[in-house]
Structures are given as structure tokens and as C-alpha cells.
Design a protein around this ligand. Structure first.
Ligand code: HAM
Length: 421
């Protein structure tokens, strides 16, 4: 038989144990932050109905769906994002849920995307959503939880920023420029492509959406606004969208992350369902894609058959944050060591090692027990490269003394451990 070698399909990742260390660093920080902020976990199957996804995701995402038919001819797909599923689940129990609800999930998502840095065809996303409140405190809480997760991962504040804008603000500005409401979503989707496709193509899309040359020029002019004050000068001091943004900046300051937030009118988002404040986080040098993104989507529940309900949420992917973390912390970022590695020199010490491992495990410790006798040099070098905090190596003298030394692999200090008689 010809020899074959298989690789993971293009864009899909394998996670070897050394990769899982990075992944768990991110997942642990995500879950801890979501719990710290009072979010409750939910989950759903990665297979969704194609119709739900096509109708409720943004245009770009719809084109990237992995779709298939099951043996009964049902049109199904691997979810590209969690939000339509969440909306479906909430709509199904709307009369029984005690709103507002705060839910989170760590969900694997699939998108058939052109592969670039930071973009895979499969990724995990922390989703945190608050459904049932219009208050901007929801946006502040969600961003606060994301900041808390970033800090827990070891990401320094100086390395990144959250760029914030508002579709409601853009809507007000477009309306002032004479662009009717029914064209706003088309304008958002087109302007979101800025930097990804040439401006001439964006102009062509806008013309197709029904904008004349003057309106197209005005739409582009809006992107030249660089500050909230500049936006206020255009929108007017009575603008509700400006007041809402200012309230968010004020809450962020109170919550201890005001310095991380910056107004950036160019943040529009590629998903059509957003209606209010939108945000994306980037590394300060803008060398990577968005670390996380989200915003308010007050119309989605009604679109999936529920009662109209305000909602806000975010998706925080594992790929980009992993790249930025490796860059900022270095490949050899310290690992959180825990538990014991136990080794022994000859088969004569094996039973004592097994007894010690059993006792330590019964006390709740993680123990990696050597499967074979080893030379001390080999044992300590393998233990040093592992996740274990303490290394215990048993030789004939330890058995004779009835105690052994547990060496702390972080501090290099030792403490005695008693061996069973
Ligand atoms: P999104 O901006 O499409 O939003 O994705 C959120 C995050 O997921 C991105 O910022 C990025 O970190 C990650 N991500 C997306 N696509 C890929 C990819 N192909 N490869 C690697 N990472 C990726 C949403 O999905 C919204 N559903 C978020 C949301 C929740 N809005 C409200 N609630």
C-alpha cells in the first residue's frame, strides 16, 4: 500500500498538549471573568439550521457558511457565530425567562474564510450577552468582563485598546446628510469594508444601494471624524447617540478601564443586526485583526420570532488573542504549575512511589507518577518542562529514611514528604 500522510483540513487546528496550555490560559480566563461578572453558562449544538443562519447573520458571514444536507434532506450548517442560536433559544422561552438575562458560552464556530493572519476556518469564541435591558450599563458590564479576562491572561493594558462607535450615531449623521433610513444598513455594510477592498468598489456598492454622488461623498466624509467632540459638532448637542456614548465612557472610568476605551467612528462591524453602540478591540500597533467585537442588537429577537427585546453582546475569539499574547508575553510565558511529579530510581522504590502518589491524590493533588524507573537527571529535566509544581524522586536512601524531598520547581526550595512505612 502506498504510504499516506494526513493533515488537519486546511484552516482547522490540532491542539497538542503544548497548544492546550495556551488555549486553557485563554479559556480559563474567559470563564473566570464571565462568572466574576455574573454571567450564566449556556450551550448548543454546533449544527444549526441553515435558514436561521442565512437570514440572521451578516452578509459576509452568510457567504462563509459550511452548509450540508443530512440524509433526510434537511439543510444544515456548522454555526459561523453563536448569536442567531442564542436569539433562537431565548425566543423559544421568552415568556418564562426572568429578564434581563446575562448568558455566556465558549463556542466553536466555523467560517469558510480566506486564510490570513488571525483568521482560521474554525475558532472558539467567548460570547457574553445581556438580553432584556436598554441601559448602557450592559455595554459597560460586558466590556468590563472582557477587560477582566484580558488582564487575567496577562495582557498589559498598554498593549491594546477598545475602539467604540455607534450605529445609532452614524444613523443620525447619515439622516442629517439626507440619506434615508432604509439605506443605512447598506451604507454600514459598505463602509465596514473600508481598508479590505478598494474605495472605488465601496463607491460602486453605495451607488448600487441607491445613493447619488453627493450622498456617497457625505458617507465617506463621516469617516473623517476623529473625536466624540467632532461627532457632537455634526450630530448636535441634543444627540441621544452622543449622550449614550458619553455615558459609556463615564461608566468605563468608574469601573477602572476608562483609559482602554477610545472613540473610533470607523468601527462599524460586518454583521447587519447591530443597532447601537458597536466596539472592537485591537492591539495598539494595529498589527493584528480584531481581538474581540460586539455591540447592541435591539431588533434580532423580533427577527427570529420573539417579542422585540433589547440586547447587547460580544464575541471574543481565541485566535487573535493567542497571537497577541504570544507576541507580548513571549513563547515561554510562565506556566501555572500545580501538583507533583513522582519518579524513582529502580523498581525497588516503585511501590513506595505508588503509595505516595495515592496519598497525595487522595488529598486532592494532581500527581504525575513515572511509569518506569529513571535516572535522576532525566526525571528532573522532564519534570522541569512539565506543568508540575513539585518533583519528588525516590532512591534507596529515601526509602531507608522514610521521607523524601519535594522540590519546588519554581523556587528551587524543598520540603520533606513522609513515605508510608
Ligand atoms: P465577529 O466580529 O464576527 O462577531 O467575531 C467575533 C470575534 O471572533 C472576532 O473579533 C475574532 O476574534 C473572532 N473571529 C471571527 N472570525 C474568525 C476567524 N475566521 N478566525 C479566527 N477568529 C475569528 C460575532 O461573531 C458576533 N456574533 C459577536 C456578538 C455576540 N455580537 C453580539 N453578541
Amino acid at each position: 500500500m502506498a504510504s499516506v500522510s494526513f493533515e488537519a483540513p486546511r484552516g482547522m487546528r490540532d491542539f497538542y498538549p503544548e497548544d492546550m496550555r495556551w488555549r486553557n490560559r485563554v479559556f480559563d480566563a474567559w470563564r473566570a471573568a464571565a462568572e466574576r461578572f455574573g454571567f450564566h453558562p449556556y450551550d448548543a449544538c454546533v449544527v444549526e439550521s441553515l435558514e436561521l443562519l442565512q437570514r440572521k447573520s451578516g452578509e459576509e458571514v452568510s457567504e462563509q457558511i459550511y452548509a450540508f444536507e443530512d440524509k433526510s434532506g434537511r439543510k444544515l450548517a456548522l454555526r459561523p457565530e453563536m448569536t442567531p442560536t442564542l436569539a433562537r433559544m431565548v425566543a423559544a422561552r421568552q415568556s418564562r425567562l426572568n429578564f434581563p438575562i446575562k448568558w455566556y458560552a465558549v463556542a466553536q464556530c466555523f467560517r469558510y474564510e480566506r486564510m490570513t493572519r488571525g483568521r482560521k476556518r474554525e475558532h472558539y469564541q467567548l460570547n457574553m450577552d445581556i438580553i432584556g435591558s436598554e441601559d448602557v450599563l450592559c455595554e459597560a458590564e460586558i466590556l468590563g468582563a472582557a477587560v477582566s479576562a484580558m488582564r487575567a491572561m496577562g495582557m498589559p493594558d498598554a498593549a491594546w485598546r477598545i475602539h467604540v462607535s455607534s450605529r445609532a450615531l452614524l444613523g443620525e449623521l447619515l439622516a442629517k446628510s439626507g440619506i434615508p433610513d432604509d439605506q443605512h444598513t447598506a451604507v454600514f455594510m459598505a463602509l465596514d469594508k473600508r481598508g479590505k477592498i478598494p474605495d472605488e468598489e465601496i463607491v460602486a456598492i453605495l451607488r448600487e444601494a441607491g445613493l447619488d454622488d453627493v450622498a456617497v461623498a457625505k458617507a465617506f466624509e463621516l469617516l473623517a471624524v476623529t473625536s466624540l467632540d467632532g461627532a457632537e459638532a455634526l450630530a448636535g448637542s441634543d444627540s441621544p447617540a452622543i449622550a449614550n456614548l458619553r455615558a459609556l465612557f463615564d461608566l468605563a472610568r468608574r469601573m477602572g478601564y476608562g483609559d482602554l476605551l477610545m472613540f473610533d467612528i470607523a468601527v462599524i462591524r460586518g454583521l447587519s443586526y447591530y443597532t447601537g453602540i458597536v466596539f472592537e478591540a485591537f492591539d495598539v500597533d494595529r498589527r493584528f485583526r480584531a481581538i474581540f467585537g460586539g455591540g447592541r442588537y435591539d431588533s434580532l429577537l423580533a427577527l427570529v420570532g420573539g417579542k422585540p427585546t433589547p440586547a447587547v453582546g460580544m464575541g471574543f475569539g481565541d485566535v487573535v488573542v493567542g497571537e497577541v499574547l504570544r507576541e507580548v508575553l513571549g513563547e515561554s510565558a510562565p506556566i501555572a504549575r500545580k501538583g507533583y511529579a513522582i519518579g524513582y530510581m529502580t523498581p525497588d522504590q516503585r511501590d513506595a512511589a505508588i503509595g505516595l502518589a495515592a496519598r497525595l491524590r487522595a488529598e486532592g493533588n494532581t500527581v504525575d507518577l513515572a511509569l518506569l524507573p529513571q535516572k535522576p537527571k532525566h526525571f528532573f529535566s522532564k519534570a522541569g518542562a512539565s506543568d508540575s509544581r513539585y518533583a519528588v524522586f525516590l532512591g534507596p536512601d529515601d526509602l531507608a529514611a522514610g521521607t523524601a524531598q519535594a522540590k519546588d520547581l519554581d523556587t528551587r526550595e524543598s520540603h520533606p514528604v513522609t513515605l508510608a512505612p
